[in-house]
Design a protein around this ligand. Structure first.
Ligand SMILES: Nc1ncnc2c1ncn2[C@@H]1O[C@H](COP(=O)(O)OP(=O)(O)O)[C@@H](O)[C@H]1O
Ligand SMILES: O=c1ccn([C@@H]2O[C@H](COP(=O)(O)OP(=O)(O)O)[C@@H](O)[C@H]2O)c(=O)[nH]1
Length: 556
């Protein structure tokens, strides 16, 4: 099914997907096709009068429920993607959305648990005349009374006057979550025990399971499950959840095209850099909003504009993190790898696009030494080193789960694609004659990264090797040219040690990316450096880049 085959709203959506992430278009089509199947399944549920109780929360519980949400983790966690449900509510649902849209995750044998409230049209629960389209969404996380984690993700779109479509998505552990339901606020507020409201849709576990089994083709030879496709589209829309507060009411973006949002034009995401001029951003209490005039006028529907606009967040900072093998897996302890995955998750949650390049560390050196003693030449030794870096990359991928592309990227193009898709790209070495330091610098250059962080086993770049020279002094700040000088004399053989290798330094010099070399033994050091610019290592500051004081993700 091609974009547009489902009428204007499908076309609009497809065009936005094409705008912000061209490579997702096939997935989107897949999703829509599957969504129709899901709809049919839902109809069958209705027809069979197999309705389940609507969200059974008492109104007063709401704040308590919301207070228990755990905002720190991402929706797309490895352990919660087992069941993905796409819900498409019947066409008339918008007519009756008056109160909140609730998502219920119900576990077998336990009282239904309302994970959260997706949105609230306005404070009084009344419809706003003439307010036009609105987007409601939420990422809802909580723990039930037994401490098990529940995650719900919902995206609903509606219009005040005759909704055209509503989409909800919920993600939960298949083990624990039996049903996923979306019910309109009126029904919810009444605490209806039986589903008797027209707009209620309940997707049973059976439906999820039967559809989840179905494999669908996505382009060429590859195939993917609904869950995979949906998770990918989920990552596309994830920035929306971050950008609009759950109680977002009358978003200024749902205003007149061309409305002013101040002139604090700041960072824009890759898509904006490529395609869109004239970006205005502003902040208000509840949301960070971005507007770009061109798209507003071209967009078929302002709702979609809102989606695209929020996608291109000012906070979308691109970071490449180089994690030395010696800091990622000094002794192959899983805890350290997990800590790094947590740090990367947090960067993603903060709105960063992240590429990670993983080194080979002591394991690579051991292999190289053994192979050298066996007579292997330097290129062969490098190839062995590369294999180990990729093994280490796989450890990190295992820890990152669904946030990461499933295998280490083999080249920069692949890594760049993964990043544009919204995945964390993880890679190891690529070619003999260099180290992963150079890979990181090249990836930063290729993806036009804002920042390149080297998490290594020394606390920065020194005037000499600090492990052998007591008089070595750490540079707080260094230009790429000075970096080249500082490391020019370090020997370059397979497995050799330098804070950053010479090729990397040259690439940094060429691309003028800002860099930091820091001690990555404590993974949170990377977080502080990226989010706040705080670290005890060495800043690599290309000439002419010193002025960027608003650089950090949290520009305080
Ligand atoms: N001028 C220098 N400044 C900092 N470190 C240096 C310098 N010269 C050599 N080194 C060595 O570079 C190494 C960098 O750490 P390494 O173990 O290679 O980390 P990673 O595995 O993170 O790449 C350290 O062993 C350090 O002793
Ligand atoms: O693109 C690459 C990356 C790595 N390597 C080899 O793999 C080893 C281990 O990688 P690296 O030094 O980056 O790991 P680290 O010591 O930084 O963890 C290097 O010494 C090289 O021999 C390579 O040849 N090409």
């Amino acid at each position: 099914m091609g974009p547009g085959a489902n009428g204007p709203s499908t076309a609009a959506r497809a065009s936005v997907v094409a705008l912000v992430a061209p490579e997702l278009v096939p997935d989107r089509d897949l999703l829509l096709e599957d969504r129709n199947l899901i709809l049919q399944a839902i109809d069958a549920v209705f027809d069979g009068a197999k309705r389940l109780p609507t969200v059974a929360s008492e109104h007063d519980d709401e704040d308590d429920v919301l207070a228990r949400l755990d905002p720190a983790r991402s929706v797309m966690e490895q352990d919660v993607v087992d069941a993905v449900a796409c819900l498409q509510v019947r066409a008339n649902v918008g007519e009756s959305i008056r109160g909140d849209v609730g998502v219920r995750l119900e576990r077998q044998g336990l009282r239904p648990f309302v994970v959260g409230v997706l949105s609230r049209p306005n404070a009084t629960g009344e419809r706003r005349d003439g307010a036009g389209e609105r987007l409601v969404r939420g990422a809802l996380r909580g723990r039930d009374e037994r401490g098990q984690r529940l995650v719900g993700f919902g995206l609903a779109e509606g219009r005040q006057h005759g909704v055209d479509v509503e989409i909800g998505r919920a993600v939960g552990s298949g083990e624990r979550i039996r049903d996923v339901g979306v019910a309109d606020g009126e029904a919810r507020d009444r605490g209806v025990g039986k589903a008797d409201h027209e707009s209620e849709v309940v997707l049973t576990r059976e439906v999820v399971e039967s559809l989840g089994e179905r494999r669908a083709r996505v382009g060429g030879d590859s195939s993917t499950s609904i869950a995979e496709a949906d998770a990918r589209v989920g990552r596309l829309v994830r920035p929306i959840e971050r950008l609009i507060a759950p109680d977002d009411r009358e978003s200024p973006l749902v205003g007149e095209p061309g409305a002013e949002f101040g002139d604090d034009v700041r960072r824009v995401a890759l898509g904006a850099r490529r395609d869109i001029q004239n970006v205005h951003t502003s902040r208000d209490e509840s949301a960070r909003l971005v507007r770009f005039d061109g798209l507003v006028s071209e967009a078929p529907d302002r709702l979609i504009t809102l989606k695209a606009a929020t996608e291109l967040s000012e906070d979308s900072m691109r970071v490449v993190v180089s994690v030395g093998g010696s800091v990622l897996a000094p002794d192959l302890a899983h805890e350290r790898v997990e800590q790094y995955a947590d740090v990367i998750d947090q960067l993603v949650d903060e709105g960063c696009s992240v590429g990670v390049v993983v080194g080979g560390g002591g394991v690579a050196r051991s292999y190289i030494e053994t192979a050298r003693n066996l007579g292997a030449n330097e290129v062969e030794l490098d190839d062995i080193g590369i294999s180990v870096t990729r093994l280490n990359a796989q450890l990190l991928i295992a820890a990152l789960g669904d946030d990461a592309a499933p295998s280490p990227a083999e080249n920069y193009e692949e890594a760049g694609e993964a990043i544009r898709r919204g995945d964390v790209a993880v890679m190891g070495g690529v070619t003999a004659g260099q180290t992963t330091d150079a890979v990181s610098a090249a990836l930063a250059e290729y993806t036009n990264a804002d920042l390149l962080v080297y998490a290594t086993s020394v606390p920065g770049v020194f005037s000499a090797d600090p492990k052998t020279d007591d008089t070595a002094e750490r540079y707080d700040r260094i230009t790429p040219a000075q970096l080249v000088d500082a490391i020019a004399d370090i020997e370059m053989s397979a497995g050799s040690s330098a804070p950053v290798d010479l090729l990397a330094a040259k690439l940094i010099e060429r691309s003028r990316v800002r860099g930091i070399v820091l001690d990555g033994t404590e993974p949170t050091a990377v977080l502080d450096a990226v989010l706040h610019g705080e670290h005890d290592g060495t800043d690599i500051v290309p000439e002419g880049r010193e002025e960027r004081v608003d650089y950090w993700v949290r520009g305080e």
